[in-house]
Design a protein around this ligand. Sequence first.
Ligand code: URA
Length: 253
Amino acid sequence: MESALDYHSALALLQWQVELGVTESIGDVPVDRYALQATPPKAKTGPAPVIVKPKDVDPVEQAQQAARAATGLPSLRAALQGFDHCELKKGARNLVFCDGQAGARVMIIGEAPGRDEDREGKPFVGNSGQLLDKMLAAIGLSRDKNVYITNVLPWRPPQNRDPLPLEIAMMQPFLQRHVELAEPDVLVLMGNVPCQAVLGKRGITRLRGDWQQAWGKPVIPMFHPAYLLRQPNQKRAAWADLLALKARLAELS
Ligand code: URA
């Protein structure tokens, strides 16, 4: 019988079974092994086959090559579309590449798409995106005018789990090339994942508000808007960081 399940429903069912503790898939239909005839293994004849092991592929090296070859933002997007070494791609509905104005002075780097971003194919469109827009508006910035936005991971992790170190390492060359091609004046790192990818360290509570230099640009780490939604008492710190960003932009212009 042909399955009526679409890809995403099938994936959700599979994830549900994994949550219930299923560790192995054996087959689509039951097999009555008592009814099977015992057939002795065939004697081997001739020389043993030569097994050629495929050379191990290093996904980080593949990512570096693909990213380096991109000559503009459209070709970087195409390189990501064609990159098959990250398992997250298989479970995502859409590639989430960017939003806002390419060439803007401010480039915001988030963590990874959530459910809403995965559906729409755009970063920061859910609740944390709405807060991000308000934060930017408070200092005269907006994705419609003067901000460019992307994430470290372009595909949604299942159940919004934290990105794995290998996933961050694999996407880092694409992110670095993204920054080179978008040519912002400053980078804003929202939360620990972009701090890991850009600065090679975590600890957002310690890092936030402290200007650093990376990839030839001034960089400011800030609390992620999703964290501010859970911890509204930290909005005061976020406001101080936004003012520091505004002052730095004035200084640089
Ligand atoms: N959180 C992120 O870091 N990025 C998004 O695009 C959405 C939520």
